[in-house]
Design a protein around this ligand. Sequence first.
Ligand code: GLC
Ligand code: GLC
Length: 811
Amino acid sequence: MKFGYFDDQNREYVMTTPRTPYPWINYLGSEEFFGLISNTAGGYSFYQDARLRRLTRYRYNNVPLDDGGRYLYINDGGDCWTPSYKPMKKELSFYECRHGLGYSKIQGARGGLKVEQLFFTPLFFTGEVTQVRLKNETDRAKTISLFSLVEFCLWDAQDDMTNFQRNLSVGEVEVEDSTIYHKTEYRERRDHYAFFSVNSDVVGFDTDRESFLGLSNGFDSPEVVLEGSAKNSVASGWSPVGSHHIQVQLAPGEEASYIFILGYVENARDQKWERPGVINKARAHEMIAKFRTDDQVHAALEDLKSHWNSLLCKFQLTSGDEKLDRMVNIWNPYQCMVTFNMSRSASYFESGIGRGMGFRDSNQDLLGFVHQVPARARQRILDIAATQFEDGSAYHQYQPLTKKGNDAIGSGFNDDPLWLIVGTAAYIKETGDFSILDEAVPFDSDPSNTASLFEHLKRSFYHVINNMGPHGLPLIGRADWNDCLNLNCFSEEPGESFQTSGPSEGPVAESIFIAGLFVYVAPDFIELCRRGNLVEEARQAQMHMETMTQTVLEHGYDGEWFLRAYDAAGEKVGSKECGEGKIFIEPQGLCVMAGIGVETGEAEQALNSVAQHLETEHGIVLLAPPYSTYYPELGEISSYPPGYKENGGIFCHNNPWVMIAETILGRGERAFELYKKICPAYREDISELHRLEPYVYAQMIGGRDAVNFGQAKNSWLTGTAAWNYVAMSQAILGIKPSYDGLVIDPCIPPRWEAYSIVRQFRGATYQIHITNPNGVSQGVAKVVVDGEEIAGNKLPLFLDGQAHQVEVVLG
Ligand code: GLC
Ligand code: GLC
C-alpha cells in the first residue's frame, strides 16, 4: 500500500494523505541552520548544534506522536482548523505534502479556503522562511483570522527538558511591530537570540504559551484560536511562544500571501544592546528585509534548487528502471548529504542531545558525499583526524561545536582508526588532491602537538598491528563496527553503558571484522606509501597485509563462513560450534571485499552461506540464530529481543558490504537482488509494513525472528546511505574513482542491455554509455573515448572543463 508517489521531475515525494504510517519527515537547511519537518508540519529548528542551539521545542516520544512544530491555525468564521492536518486534525477537502530537496510544501483546504505553506531555509541564511498563500475558492467573501505558532526552546535542549526549577523563571521576550524576539539568557552569557516575524501588520500577538493555549489545552485546541482573538500576552518566565494574529478579508477567488521568518542572530558582546534591556535588532532587521516579497522568496527557492542541481549533477544515471534512477539520482545522494550535516544527531529517532559526530560514522558517511562537496569532505577529514591520539587510537565521537573528542565515551573502539584511511583514500581518489596528506594535524586537538595527516594514517594502520591478540588477530577493545558486540564489558548492572563499562581493552578478545577491514584498507595505505616514495614503508605494510590474510584464513574461517570474533575467554563467536549467533554478516561482507579467500574458494562459500542462513525477503539479517537470552560475555547485542537491531535485525548498513562482495565474485544478479530488498523505492508498495519514508534508507528493518518482521526503524541518519550509494554507483554500475582516473568496471545483472551515466570528475564531464550485447555480468571488452579506442578501462584525465563521450562495451 502506498501513501503517495514519487514526482521525479520535481525531485519530490508527494504524500496524498496526512495519515502516513509514521511521521514522514524532511530536512531544511544546508550549512548552519537546520530544521526537521514532518508531513504534518511537526519538528523543530536549530543552529549548528541540535542540543546547544535549539530554537524551537520538541517533545520526543510524545503523545500524540509528533505534536509540536510550526503551526498555522485558521479561524474561518468560527470554523477552526490547521492546513497541515495536525494539530487540529479537522477533515480536509484537499491535502498534499511535497518533500523536496531542502524544502517542504504542505497544502490543505477546507470550507472553500485553500492554504499552501512552503517551508525552507534559504542558502546562507540562518533562519527558516515560511511562505503562506491563501485562496478563497468560494463565491462568498470571507473574513479569516490566521494564527501562527512556534514554541521556543530555552536553547540547550537537554536542560530545557529537565531543569524546570530554573527554566520556568528565565524566559524573556520582546515584541516590536510584527516581530517577536526570544531572548532568554541574553541578559547574561548568551550572545544570541531568535526572532519570529511576518511581513504584514498584525492585529495581535501572543508570547506566553499558557495564554495562547489555555492551561489544560493541547496544540489541538488553543483558546486564542477558538475565541478568535489574540491576548497580546508578554511572557515572563514559564514557556515563551511566538504567535501572530492576522486578519484578512478575501473576496471570492481572491488570494493573499504572507512570509514568516524564524531567525537566529548572534551579536558581538559589545553590540548586544540597543539601550539598557533592549536587544540590538539590527541583524534581525537585515534578515527580515531579505524576504519581504514573494519575488524574494521565489528567487531564494530557485537558488536552493540550483544548489541541489549542482550537487546532484555530478552523477546522473539513465537506466530505464525508474526506481533505480530516482534512488541514484535524487534520494540516495540527498540522504548522504543529510547524514553529512547531521551525522547521528537529530532525526525522529535520534534526539539531537545524545551523540556527537562518530569517528567511524563520519568517515563512512564521507564515501557518499565526497563527490558532491569535496572541499567540505577535506575539512571533515582534518577535523576527524585532529581527535586522534598519538598511539593511533581515536575518540569514538567528537562534538560538532568544539570539534573536540568526547571524554564521556572516550576511545577503545578498535576499528575506528582504520576508517580514517578509508575516508582519506576516497577523498584523494575523487579529487587527486594528495596535498591533504601533508597537512599538519593535531593529536587530541592539541595544536602544539601535530603531525602530517599521512603520519596519522600510519598510526591508524599500526594501531592494529600494535594491538594483536593470541591468534594474531586484532584486539576488539570496547567494540568494533558492531557497537553492541561488547566482549570486554561483562555488565550486570541495569542501565550501565555497554560501550563504556568494564575495561576498555581486554588482552584476549579478537575481531575478525577488524582483520578484514585491515586487509581491505591495506592496499590504499600501501599505495599512499609508494606515492610518497616510502618504499620500505610500503613493503612492511604489504607484509602485514599478507600475514593478516593468512591469519584470517587460518584462525578466522570456520569451514563454511568467516568467524566473527574470539571472546574474552578465547571462545569462538559466530561459529557453527555456537548454540546461537552461529553466523554473522559483517565478516562475510568485509573479508570478501578485502579479497580474502577469493582465489581459494572461501569467499564464495561464505557468500553462499549468507544466502543460505542470513538472507530473507526483506534483506540480510545481521546474525542467526539470534540470541535468546542475555550473555554478559557478549554484551549489548544479546540485550535486544531476537530480530531487532544488532541481534538479528536487518541492519541495512552492512547489506551493501555483501552486495559489493558479490560483485567481487562477479555475481551481478545477486548484488542487484540484494540491493532491491532493502532499497526504499522498491519497498514503497509495502509502505504499510515498512512504515517509514519510502524515499530514504532506515538503519534497521525487523529481522526474520522479530515480531515485526519487515518493519523499519531509525530512518535517515545511518551509514546505510553512503554504503548503498557506493555499492550501486561503484560496485554495480561500475564507475570507480581511482588515484589516477575513473575506472569503468561494472558488475550488473546479465539481462541489463544498456545504461548511461553522466559523471563529473576532476573538472571534466564524462558522458558514459555502457552496452551489454552479450548479456554478461562483468568484463569490459572495449572502451572508446571521444571516438578513439583506449587500452584498458581507466578513462584519461582531461581536467579541461569539457564534456567527453565514452562508449563502453561489456563482454
Ligand atoms: C550505529 C552506529 C555505528 C555502528 C552501528 C552498528 O549505526 O552509529 O557506529 O557501527 O550502529 O552497531
Ligand atoms: C546503541 C545502539 C547501537 C549504536 C550505539 C552507538 O548501542 O543500539 O545501534 O551503534 O548505541 O553508541
